[in-house]
Design a protein around this ligand. Structure first.
Ligand code: BES
Ligand code: MN
Ligand code: ZN
Length: 505
């Protein structure tokens, strides 16, 4: 047991963070007696040894405050105690870990995010977090790494348009048993969080600054990590027969792009991640009205998530073969835009009657899925898309909807999602007859059945024999409030889920 108030300030640590203005984490086996604030955990299942130590040193001040304040120690519940003048640390922040002993990584990351937000709001600039003997945590390397991960994710801010960006930052010393173990766990999470940051920034960026060409250029920056990036423009798309993707892009001056980012960290057949990349969804001639149009800069969040995942895998030097295929277009109104009732031909060979130009996501995905299959012969194909309002009505903004006939993949992905607090809920495929058209092979909206399902069933026509999963992330992509490891703006939803799944399967 270590004495928080007497230990030396020796740290053997290494600053590992690369983000400007970001919180900095040092892992140390020693208590940092110079930190202004010390964080200890409080379990309802019994007292952590460090809690006891500080409590004794401060003459029962912690226990006394807990009683007076009626503090329960629920997961994430924070209680701040000001130490008497002259004490080594000015404040002691008590963080509840609840009563069920199940401190899984998702809970810890959330905790890290909320504690970070609390400390920032209270103008704390340095904190020592004591991970020793936390009840409910089997391994304090995993605990400390996921805590730092959550804090870092919460710290990420998109403030380029603000005159006075929030510049607060916190230096953390994480007191752990084995610094090497903590650091190596954290380094994987750091790669993943860089992928999340990329996805968030692409999603948060305003539509006129994040066009299909801007997105393609952002993808090209991954070339320095050994990722092969290919970009196809409208003429090439037409030549290859990708008439659906090309058509959606026709209403904007730049037109559509197909962006491909391939990280080949193994010789196995690839996993294809297909992303919907609508840089702005006005609805087209079936134009959106009122509030529903306001957040549509985020309609490329699926593309952002799959690109972020490729970045994460490349940074982690994972032994995975993964390719992101992103269908990029701005769904706009102009004299060149596709008109309701038009018929387009997909590269798959199926013609589609565009009954509603606002059902554009499935059009860009159909050709992107075809391209992924044709050029990469993937083992598995997963598409990620902000596809339907119907999905939001069915499962809300905290779950993403998953659709597939492949029970194994659904359960693997659902499990991975739980590990990182990106939860999936399965909805049915079906209502296929609802997509039959009088004049074409398919129409792009269902005449009956739930919209999220008919959209998924439309995509199924383009999956061929490939093992395929569709993830609808409408409503998950943009946050209005910070919460847990989420900061306001683009959430990067999907990067952590897909990375977790890729690294463990
Ligand atoms: N991008 C939207 C879906 C969406 C809605 C995402 C709300 C995030 C928040 C998609 O392109 C769309 O407009 N879908 C229509 C389909 C309908 C016309 C069949 C919808 O869900 O209303
Ligand atoms: Mn739409
Ligand atoms: Zn859309």
């Amino acid at each position: 047991m270590k004495n928080i108030f007497k230990a030396s300030a020796l740290t053997l640590a290494l600053a590992v963070s690369t983000q400007v203005n970001a919180a900095k984490f040092k892992f140390s086996t020693e208590i940092d007696s110079s930190a202004q604030t010390v964080v200890v955990f409080y379990s309802q299942d019994g007292e952590n040894s460090q809690f006891k130590t500080v409590n004794t040193q401060l003459n029962e001040l912690l226990a006394h405050t807990i009683e007076l304040k009626d503090y329960k120690g629920k997961v994430g519940e924070v209680l701040e105690v000001i130490a008497p003048k002259g004490s080594q640390h000015a404040r002691i922040v008590i963080v509840g870990t609840g009563e069920n002993k199940a401190l899984d990584n998702a809970t810890i990351a959330k905790l890290g995010g909320d504690v970070h937000a609390y400390l920032l709001a209270n103008k704390v600039d340095s904190a020592n977090i004591i991970f020793d003997d936390v009840i409910g945590a089997s391994d304090n390397a995993e605990l400390s790494a996921n805590f730092a991960h959550g804090a870092n994710l919460r710290d990420h801010r998109f403030e380029k348009y603000k005159k006075e960006p929030n510049t607060g930052t916190i230096d953390y010393v994480m007191d752990v048993a084995d610094t090497t173990k903590s650091r190596s766990q954290y380094s994987v999470l750091e790669s993943i969080q860089e992928g999340v940051f990329l996805a968030r920034d692409l999603t948060s960026e305003v539509a006129t600054e994040m066009t299909p060409v801007d997105f393609a250029n952002a993808a090209k920056e991954l070339q320095s990590l050994g990722v092969k990036v290919t970009v196809l423009g409208p003429k090439e798309l037409k030549k290859l027969g990708m008439g659906a993707l090309e058509a959606v892009g026709r209403g904007s001056q730049q037109g559509a792009r197909l962006v491909v980012a391939h990280y080949k960290g193994s010789n196995e057949s690839p996993i294809a991640l297909v992303g919907k990349g609508i840089t702005f969804d006005s609805g087209g001639y079936s134009i959106k009205t009122g509030a529903s149009i306001a957040r549509m800069k985020s309609d490329m969040a699926g593309a952002a998530a799959v690109l972020g995942t490729v970045k994460a895998m490349a940074l982690a030097k994972a032994d995975k073969n993964v390719v992101a295929v992103m269908g990029m277009a701005a769904n706009m109104v102009s004299q060149f835009a596709v008109a309701p009732g038009d018929v387009v031909r997909t590269a798959e060979g199926l013609s589609v009657e565009i009954v509603n130009t606002d059902a554009e996501g499935r059009l860009v995905l159909s050709d992107a899925m075809w391209y992924a299959r044709k050029h990469f012969r993937p083992e598995i194909m997963i598409d990620v898309a902000t596809l339907t309002g119907s999905k939001i009505r069915a499962v809300g903004n905290d779950y993403a909807a998953v659709f597939s006939d492949d029970d194994t993949l659904v359960s693997q992905l659902t499990f991975a999602g739980k590990e990182v607090n990106e939860n999936l809920w399965r909805l049915p495929l079906g209502y296929k007859d609802a997509l039959s058209s009088d004049i074409a092979d398919l129409k792009n909206i269902g005449s009956s059945g739930p919209g999220a399902t008919t959209a998924a069933s439309f995509l199924e026509h383009f999956a061929g024999e490939t093992r395929w999963v569709h993830i609808d992330i409408a409503g998950n992509a943009l946050a209005t409030k910070g919460k847990g490891e989420i900061s306001p703006g683009g959430t990067g939803f999907g990067v952590r889920l897909l990375s977790e799944w890729l690294l463990n399967n």
